[in-house]
Write a protein that binds this ligand. Sequence first.
Ligand code: FEO
Length: 169
Amino acid sequence: MLKKKVEDICNRQVEREGYSSNLYLAMAAWAENEGFSGVADWLYAQAEEERIHFLKFIRYINERGGKVLIPAFKKPPAEFKGVGEMFREVLKHEEFITASINEIVALTLSEKDFNTHNFLLWFVMEQVEEEKNARAILDKLRLVGKNNMYQFDRDIMSLRIPSQPPPVA
Ligand code: FEO
């Protein structure tokens, strides 16, 4: 049975993972509209991964006898200043999610909830990959500059490190 404190913080993460999926969907829709179909593909794929993270927390809370609260989500932005600016937001958002996962890890240790701690280890590794992906894209964007966005858009999917499927809970 999940302790209330752990249940609450896991529900907070349900909201954050669901919002992440919506945020990347908003970014994907914007990029597609601007003609960056490669960037849009990358972001649609990322939105799917976030939905898997969202579901994973939901299923975990239920499996441990907790109560899942499906939240209302804040509306993500619909406009972005450009591809570079958008990927800086992706990195900032992933750093926020990493900090959020780390807070849950810290709580599970202080509450001696080693089952939830074990469940979170996959997310700890996943965040390393997600930040690495965003940084790799920002590095590439610095190299291509403004003049070769066509090639960047064509090649962005090759920069994608697919995440490992989450272990079956
Ligand atoms: Fe599910 Fe990108 O954090």
